[in-house]
Design a binder for this molecule. Sequence first.
Ligand SMILES: [Zn+2]
Ligand SMILES: [Zn+2]
Length: 386
Amino acid sequence: MSERFCYRCGISESEGGPLIDGLCQVCFRKENPVLVMEDEINTELCQNCGSYKKKGVWVDPQNYELDQLIFEVAENALLENITLDERVREIRIVSREELNEIEELPVGVAYLSYEPVNWHIDYFPAIVIYEIEIKARIHELQRELHYEKKTVTVYVRQTVCPRCQKFLGGYFEAILQVRAEDRELTKEERDEIVKLVQEKVDEIMRRDRMGFIQDTVELEEGIDFYMGSTRSARKLAQAIRDRYGGTISEAYELVGLDRQTSKEVYRTSVSVRLPKFRKGDIVSDKNGNIYRVEEVNGKGMNLTNLSTHESEHKDWKTIKRERVELVEHERKEAMLTSLTPKEAQFMDMESYETFEIERPEIDLKEGEIYRLVKIKGKYYIESKKE
Ligand SMILES: [Zn+2]
Ligand SMILES: [Zn+2]
């Protein structure tokens, strides 16, 4: 059998072989580089929110500190743009130390490491220069692994992401209206709701980038939140109802036509209406029981029965079924002047008039001042005056 020679450099197979596709070992590696990516990569980040595109989708960054953010964006672009010979089917990103120790690899496997070696990040476009090293095997007859190095420059430019374009342009998709039934929202409720909404929006925005609050408008009867997405408005309405109870309703308003698709564009109003009841209210049910409201929440109300002074929890269904309603009453402070097994005598602290009530089954002490409520001529002890 006659000796074969490398067609590129002329070395004999016995010296430089085995030949692969007519090439000696060295020429095969030179003619078949594995790292085939560009020397320059261009990428961008949103100057308003720091987000950048990951696999074509805008995502929020892990780092908000500008230096770290630039490296995060540059590194993402670098990794997304790594292009290898198609015979590499598996790639592992490793540290430089790990790469140095690699001496053997199966066919189709590459190990790659990268390090930033120089950068200018004081102004835009920011520039980060990476050095990439790779080891790979693409042919079973290879005696030595491919070992290549390349310098890649990543340019990070500023832009405004589509979300921020909309946000900065005043865009909103839905209005979340927070109201209370038959009354205005209290200052305390307003503060709590604004806080709850802000916390919840931070959570929602992790999944729904359009879930931003465009604007918050305080009205006499309640608060309007102008929201970037209807989904976000609905989630917030639910969170508010879970905390306070109440009802949610939706309405749609035609606001125009989309210029590109000529489809009708609707705006959604999501309304959450808090219950009319508040802590400290006096209510009665259809059986004439009188209660003081101790707590109002998403599940129902905690009440104190003012005849027995026992606590009760009623869920919203029961409250509706038992027709629990606010009841007109007069509040009084009175001193307990005498106590018999059946009756308690009080003196009104304003008019000094005395009156008797049936002795309730709670501890009472002569000489103490109590808060009472008077409903349809009947007195109930609410609590001792602190
Ligand atoms: Zn050769
Ligand atoms: Zn943005």
